[in-house]
Design a protein around this ligand. Structure first.
Ligand code: HEM
Ligand code: NAG
Ligand code: NAG
Ligand code: NAG
Ligand code: NAG
Ligand code: NAG
Ligand code: NAG
Length: 356
């Protein structure tokens, strides 16, 4: 009797679990929310550093009140971090091809110096409050999220628990992983596909150009000679800002409609042939991405939804977790002797084992 019942209940239990699994799968597929990477969690610092997110938010409210342009700087920093050997804060290392000490990285990456200072200041406050348990990589991810929110964009929970990498981002890795602004949609799509980002992710992430500024050197090749896909008035205005062979590299807003607001106007710009870079405008020219651009231009809710999904994917690329990497004491430098120390420990352990 008892064995009968249990053998009956096993397939019953199994089919229940299967149904549950299937419904879970279809729900997450419908929302498209990416899975949380192994080692990261939404509650990582809930007990060990409950004030973490409010420290970050409060400081950024002050920083952006002084200069809202810094929001763009921080968002771009997270992108550069994640695309070059994963979100491991290698972008912050003095000695990386985009780090604060690098003045002539090819391409001149023009990351804002102030963004590095903002990260350092928050990192200092967090470590003072909670001890050295929060990585620079997590702080970069949180500041990017808050940059979006405080500029009017969507809010989302950031999976935390990243650790800081110990290897520099080389010039070659930087060049190979960050697509240039003169790339067309084909090459942007294939470059991001290598990072498991699809066409929707690519169009959504490019929407980060709804805030921030760009230097003339990033787009003058579209002015002299003038790119046929560019709106005439827009081109004329850009030529005034960026004269040919100018000795100073001027800057301009990336989104002419609402330069400091995180909204869907970037896509409206593209539909009006007012995209700044080839990598922007070609998303509207290319038939594979044109429909996505239009759908975001007419529906900001849809853009926000897809942008959050893409940011969650980007923010978890090749993360360092667990006991790998380290928690840097200074975001610009690896903890001194850390690799040396661990190899000393390894040697000591081997020594003891061989003496047993
Ligand atoms: C898809 C390929 C991308 C290309 C080719 C690209 C290229 C560029 C270039 C050339 C600049 C201007 C740099 C300058 O002239 O000073 C820029 C600025 C910016 N990018 Fe991108 N980007 C891409 C994707 C992204 C992504 C995925 C994000 C974030 C999610 C992002 C966020 C930003 C922001 C916020 C700025 C303004 C920075 C500031 O004002 O300091 N970009 N991008
Ligand atoms: C980029 O070039 C500008 C102007 O030439 C310079 O002021 C800045 O320090 C450079 N930044 C980087 C990261 O190379
Ligand atoms: C970097 O790339 C250049 C050109 O592609 C190549 O000649 C050089 O050997 C590379 N350097 C390293 C350290 O991989
Ligand atoms: C896009 O750029 C790549 C690399 O420069 C080039 O080979 C390709 O022909 C271009 N595609 C289109 C459709 O222009
Ligand atoms: C800019 O420089 C190019 C190449 O050096 C030259 O051919 C051109 O005449 C210059 N244009 C102007 C407007 O000075
Ligand atoms: C806009 O997108 C949202 C989110 O996907 C969707 O729920 C809504 O129905 C769309 N609105 C219109 C008018 O299509
Ligand atoms: C952090 O590291 C950088 C690079 O080694 C160094 O210049 C800076 O002084 C350090 N900051 C502190 C507060 O120790």
């Amino acid at each position: 009797m008892a064995s009968n019942r249990s053998s009956d209940s096993i397939p019953f239990l199994c089919s229940c679990l299967l149904l549950l699994l299937l419904s879970c799968l279809s729900v997450s597929e419908a929302q498209g929310t990416p899975a949380i990477a192994k080692g990261l969690s939404l509650t990582f610092f809930d007990t060990s550093c409950p004030k973490l997110e409010s420290i970050v938010r409060k400081q950024l409210e002050k920083d952006f009140k002084a200069d809202i342009g810094q929001a763009a700087g921080l968002l771009r920093l997270h992108f550069h971090d994640c695309f070059v050997q994963g979100c491991d804060a290698s972008v912050l290392l003095d000695g990386s091809a985009s780090g604060p000490g690098e003045q002539d990285a090819p391409p001149n990456l023009s990351l804002r110096a102030k963004a590095f200072e903002i990260i350092d200041n928050i990192h200092r406050q967090v470590h003072k409050r909670c001890g050295a348990i929060v990585s620079c990589a997590d702080i970069v991810a949180l500041t990017a999220r808050d940059a979006i929110v405080l500029s009017g964009g969507p809010d989302y929970k950031v999976p935390l628990g990243r650790r800081d990498g110990q290897t520099f981002a080389t010039r070659n890795a930087t060049l190979a992983n960050l697509p240039p602004p003169f790339a067309n949609a084909s090459s942007i799509l294939s470059s991001l596909a290598k990072k498991k980002l699809d066409a929707t992710d690519t169009v959504a992430l490019s929407g980060a150009h709804t805030i921030g500024k760009a230097h003339c050197s990033s787009f003058t090749s579209r002015l002299y000679p003038q790119d046929a896909t560019m709106d005439q008035t827009f081109a004329k205005d850009l030529k005034n800002i960026c004269p040919q062979n100018a000795s100073v590299d001027g800057t301009t807003d990336q989104d002419i409609r609402t330069p400091n607001v995180f909204d869907n106007k970037y896509y409206v710009d593209l539909m009006n042939r007012q995209g700044l870079f080839t990598s922007d405008q070609d998303l509207y020219t290319d038939s594979r991405t044109r429909g996505i651009v239009t759908s975001f231009a007419v529906n900001q809710t849809l853009f926000f939804e897809k942008f959050v999904i893409a940011m969650l994917k980007m923010g978890q690329m090749d993360v360092v977790t667990g006991t790998n990497g380290e928690i840097r004491a200074n975001c610009s430098a690896r903890n001194s002797g850390s690799t040396l120390l661990s190899s000393v420990v390894d040697v000591a352990e081997e020594f003891e084992l061989s003496n047993l």
